[in-house]
Structure formats: structure tokens, C-alpha cells
Design a protein around this ligand. Structure first.
Ligand code: GLA
Length: 387
């Protein structure tokens, strides 16, 4: 049998550090049900935390070194001092998520001491399920838990992780991934207002399956495309004279479009309509109205494909296969940053087998592989384990 994450971190801890860890913390990945590229426009998103996670075993040190063992990278090591400038590594990109979080904690004036961290995770990488956010949030929580940083709230953990990703890793992401990883609730999706960071937990109805289908389309050039979309949204907000596209409604979008580049207008239309769909989807989910939820998910996919242009043909095909198999109770759409990665489907549990079969029969990635299917549970956000 494959060792569990817990067994992996504990045995690596014993071998590399020579004792047992003091604490374990976990932080989950996420799937976004609807509300794509709305977070950095101060808009609305509806993700849930999933039962795939990063687990860290942590132990105290008497010096001011941080030592990290990455089980997913052949137990590769990184070590750095809290007293010297913390720089990114170009030869071990995984290490930058840890370094970035530590640098951000220090920049906030938090009193840190050295720590040993052994890390393992099972969030599929490069799939758009936020493996990096789960690592960042787990690292921040390890320091909070080990060093009694009581002033750091769960939302702060997310903001610290996002700042690390923006300023150290260099991806200009919004707050969604880190916030849901820090604050997810078991059995619920969270409607997040990305301006106020207010959360509304929305229970997932009994009998509803959350199915994630990994297309195995490699996400090339993602960061460049992502940052370009963000710049286009900011340009549109400037045109409309608002702080963020959150502040534009559909009527205003059309009435005041004169002079706006038609491409930028389409980008803005995606964001404005997606915000409304996300609010409507939270209500539909709360009411258990799978037909309405299905319409909104399908419309979200079309908007991402035609207006925001972040889907790719194999993903469109996978979505069509799932929609056909699911029928009117639920639907499927691409989830995450785009250009490959995963599709999310919401459907009655009784239809999961038929949806799996349709995907296995009709879908192959460009490289020939079949899709991978994960039926997941909505889990709690980051926490310290009761060892
Ligand atoms: C990535 C980013 C998020 C969000 C999504 C798109 O996951 O990290 O902040 O912008 O893309 O919805």
C-alpha cells in the first residue's frame, strides 16, 4: 500500500532531522465552482476546499535557520537563514513558496525563530487545484502554530501567502486560492466577496457530487497570459473610472463602451457577467436548484471561452462530453486560471458512473492520455492536527 502523507513526512523527519516532529499542519487545495478571474477585480468567487492537501511536519530549532525537506521532490533540501536576505532560487522553484512566505512573515515584523519543516502533498500539480497556495498557507500556519503568532488570523495567513506569491514567486494572483485554503468549511462552498473578504458558507446539498476532471493539457505560458488578462481588466476599470470592474454593471458596461478597445470590452464583459453568475449560483446551490446551477455553469464556460479566451479546444471538448452526460441536473465548466488543467462538474451522485464512462470513452488529451477523475469532498481549511 502507498504510504500516507503522514507516514511520508514522519519517516523523512526521522531520517533528516533525527527526532519526531513537534507539530503537524495541513492546508488543502481547492476547486472553484464558479467565479473565474473575478477575484483580482474585487468580485465574487465560489470555491470549496478539497480533500487533497499539503501536510507539514514541523520541529523547533535552537538557531535561526529554516531547513526544509520536500518529500515530493525526492526529499530535496533547502536551508536558509532568517538573518540574511532571502533570495529566490532558480534551481528549485518549489523552495520559493517557502522562502517567499518566510520573507513576508519577517517583513510584517513577526518574531520568527528557526524551524525544521518536512513537506509532502497530494494536490495534483499544474492542474489548477492550487497546490502552491496550499503549500504557502501550510508554511505560514506552521510558523504561526510553532511560534505562537496569535495575532495572525486565518485571513492573515491567506494574505501573507498571496503576498508571497505576488512579490516573491512573481504571479499576480488574486486572493481566492489562499483564502479558501485558509478558511474552507467542511461540506460547504464559500461565497467570497474579494473586496471585503466577507465569506458566506453555502452548504453543498446531500447527494450532490463535486467531480474534478483533469484534462492533462499542459498549461503553457500561463503566468504571462494570466498577468495580461489582469492588465486588461485594470485598463477597463480605468476606462470606466472605477476602482475595479466589480463596480461596473452590465448596463453601464454597454452604455459607456465607446472608445474602449473591443478586446478589452470582451474581457470586461466576462468579469461583469461572471460576478452576477457567481452570486446567482450561490443562491441556486443554497436552494438545491441544480437546473439553474447548471445553466450558470454552462454560461460561465462560454464566457471564459469566447470573451475571456482562457479555454483551449481539448478543455471545451471535455466540458461538452460532461455536459452531455450530465443533462439538465448540474453541469461542467473549466475551473482555475485557464489554458488547460481541470474541469469541475456538479452532478447528482447517481450520475457519477455515467459521467466517468463518457469521459473514459470520448476524451483523450493531445498527448493521448485519458483524463483523471477525482470525486472530492468539501473540507475544512488549514489547521493544526491533534496529534
Ligand atoms: C488562479 C489565481 C486566482 C484566480 C484564478 C482564476 O487560480 O491564483 O487568484 O484569479 O486563477 O479565477
Amino acid at each position: 500500500m502507498e504510504p500516507t502523507l503522514r507516514q511520508r513526512v514522519d519517516s523523512a523527519f526521522a531520517r533528516h532531522i533525527g527526532q519526531a516532529p513537534a507539530r503537524h499542519v495541513r492546508a488543502p487545495g481547492r476547486v472553484n465552482l464558479i467565479g473565474e478571474h473575478t477575484d483580482y477585480n474585487d468580485g465574487f468567487v465560489l470555491p470549496c476546499a478539497i480533500d487533497y492537501e499539503t501536510l507539514i511536519a514541523a520541529g523547533p530549532r535552537t538557531d535561526r535557520q529554516v531547513r526544509v525537506v520536500a518529500c515530493n521532490y525526492g526529499e530535496a533540501l533547502d536551508q536558509f537563514s532568517l538573518d540574511a536576505p532571502i533570495e529566490p532560487r532558480s534551481d528549485a522553484l518549489w523552495a520559493n513558496y517557502v522562502r517567499g512566505v518566510v520573507k513576508t512573515l519577517l517583513a510584517r515584523g513577526l518574531p520568527l525563530q528557526g524551524l525544521d519543516l518536512v513537506v509532502a502533498g497530494n494536490v495534483p500539480q499544474g492542474a489548477g487545484l492550487s497546490s502552491s497556495a496550499s503549500l504557502e498557507v501550510a508554511v505560514a500556519l506552521a510558523f504561526k502554530a510553532m511560534q505562537g503568532l496569535d495575532s495572525v488570523s486565518a485571513t492573515d495567513l491567506a494574505l501573507i501567502a498571496q503576498q508571497a506569491e505576488n512579490q516573491f514567486v512573481g504571479v499576480n494572483c488574486g486572493i481566492m486560492d489562499q483564502l479558501i485554503s485558509a478558511r474552507g468549511e467542511s461540506g460547504h462552498a464559500l461565497l467570497i466577496d474579494c473586496r471585503s473578504l466577507a465569506l458566506r458558507p453555502v452548504p453543498l446539498p446531500d447527494g450532490l457530487a463535486v467531480m474534478i476532471v483533469h484534462s492533462h493539457v499542459k498549461r503553457g505560458l500561463v503566468d504571462g497570459e494570466y498577468n495580461a488578462r489582469r492588465a486588461q481588466c485594470e485598463a477597463a476599470a480605468r476606462h470606466y473610472g472605477v476602482k475595479a470592474l466589480r463596480d461596473v454593471n452590465l448596463a453601464q458596461l454597454e452604455q459607456e463602451a465607446r472608445g474602449l478597445d473591443p478586446l478589452v470590452l470582451r474581457r470586461a464583459r466576462h468579469v461583469v457577467t461572471e460576478n452576477q453568475r457567481t452570486l446567482d449560483a450561490a443562491d441556486a446551490l443554497a436552494a438545491g436548484d441544480l437546473v439553474q446551477l447548471g445553466h450558470l455553469m454552462a454560461a460561465s464556460h462560454v464566457s471564459m471561452r469566447d470573451d475571456f479566451e482562457i479555454t483551449v479546444p481539448p478543455i471545451d471538448q471535455l466540458v461538452a462530453i460532461l455536459q452531455e452526460a450530465i443533462g439538465s441536473l448540474g453541469s461542467a465548466r473549466m475551473t482555475g486560471g485557464g489554458f488547460g488543467g481541470c474541469v469541475v462538474a456538479l452532478l447528482p451522485e447517481a450520475q457519477v458512473a455515467a459521467a466517468r464512462l463518457a469521459v473514459a470513452t470520448h476524451y483523450r488529451a493531445p498527448g493521448g492520455e485519458p483524463a483523471s477523475v477525482y470525486v472530492c469532498r468539501a473540507t475544512a481549511g488549514a489547521h493544526v492536527l491533534n496529534d
